[in-house]
Design a protein around this ligand. Sequence first.
Ligand code: MG
Ligand code: MG
Length: 592
Amino acid sequence: MRRSVATVCLSGSLAEKMHAAAAAGFDGIEVFEPDLVASELSPEEIRSLADRLGLTLDLYQPFRDFEGVGDDELADNMRRAEAKFAVMNRLGIDTILVCSNVGTATIDSDEVSAAQLRQLGDLAVRYGVRIAFEALAWGRHIDDYRRSWRVVQLADHASVGLCLDSFHILSRGHDPAGIEDIPGDKIFFLQLADAPALSMDVLSWSRHHRLFPGEGSFDLPAFVAHVLRAGYTGPLSLEVFNDTFRQTDVERTAVHALRSLVWLEDRARRVMGEDTPLLTDVTAPTGFDFVEVKAENTSSIEVLLGQLGFAFRGRHRSKPVSLWVAGDARIVLNEQHARDLAPHLSAVGLRVADVASAARRASELMAPPVHRRTYASEVPLQAVEAPDGTQVFFGGPTTMAWTEEFGDGADKMTGPVTAIDHVNMAQPWQYFDEAVLFYTSVLELDAHSGVEVAGPRGLVRSRVMSSPDNGVRLPLNVAPAIDESAPPAQHVALLCSDVREAVRHARGRGLQMLPVPTNYYDDLEARLGLDPSFRHELEELDVMYDRDGNGEYFNAYTRTVGQVFFELVERRTGYAGFGATNAPVRMAAQRR
Ligand code: MG
Ligand code: MG
């Protein structure tokens, strides 16, 4: 299908937006009127720029407060409309979005609105223009697509049809299944936006918090499937008002936007049972292959890993890179091209069923490939760059051929650490939603709903990405960016069979875990009714504790080195959380 984007989604001037949309690979754009009004380019220049860029101009929008008005108002609205039709002729745009009246409507009557739209349709014919009528969720009288469709039916004019906008329909909880009863050729345009579940007034929700498909909580694949089953053949077009996207780099946001549409079209085709999906099939990764920490000097991390029970497995045969292993947990320390860099998480290796398919899907979704210099004898690596710059490597389901490049294979260490449990990635605030789409679309991870945790310097937004069997869990966090000199910490959580034993083991090697205050244990004992001797054992070891209906969670933290710290975790029975109630205490302790 053709893909389009409203210029309101992007930052910059109209010309910059057009260049970025074309470079990303969009077929067309919706011209948002304020972008035209502010442009120094004439309509004819915009038209020829679009021609040069290979973009179609698919929609002129919006035209507000037209119908449901008295005669004087209508005459003035017809005059306004005619001026816009003339501009559309100069631009070469044949469809205009007319949204339901929110401000000046005085007559609550389908018949009156229909008659006025019919009159507008007659005028539109003279300019070769079509009217796409949209029910805004906050329209004064017409706020439901079923009512706008009734009005369009009553108008009974070949040049008057509907614009459907997923936000206006799904934000109100209206059942989109009824769309299938609308003849496809009367759906003149389709606008798509996702949004997080929020309880706030629908106008503010729409103007500030729309998201690209796949990033919020609407079921957009099912929505698009209804529209396609109705017989709609126009473009899939994004109309996303979002304060963050309008501040980010226009070229990057355009690619991000297109990725969401490609993902959505693929999902919608699957919902419809088509046997020609757009994207290569992959299943979610099954586990962590490795985590890489990069720094100019990784020796302080080496000390920490040794204290946690990791064994030095060897140095890479051709690079300043070393491998540390504990059970099934592998940590790579990389000093290559790391001048002046403090320790930070630079790469995550994931085990996937089929490396070639994973790489192909990533490329179909425009994930930037990572180029690492390899040598003839080395295993070629397939990797892509996540929005925050973390490199994500695809490793085979079991093959760890790359580990053969390190030394000559010391035996697996049998210590308290058995595997990597989760990797907590701090995200720059402006890339958080893009990261959610990246991990769900490229890797087929599930995005859990967001939570907010109180940190010492503001709320930390958090969303967990996980594989269905929890083999891979990636909590994404956004910390308030108050202190640029202290970037938010990232951490690797290491699964242990017994955290208390692991802490004693680390202590024996001189590692003091992050001290946890007595107040925490007082509260824990009161909250959960803990046995005092159990409480004292936890307190003595600085081990935190949580339990839910499924099971128990024990965890303890190391100090932060550079941007990185480690967590020891133990999960008893079905505990699937991350000890979120402990996080504020941990963050306060780290700040001390
Ligand atoms: Mg709209
Ligand atoms: Mg954690």
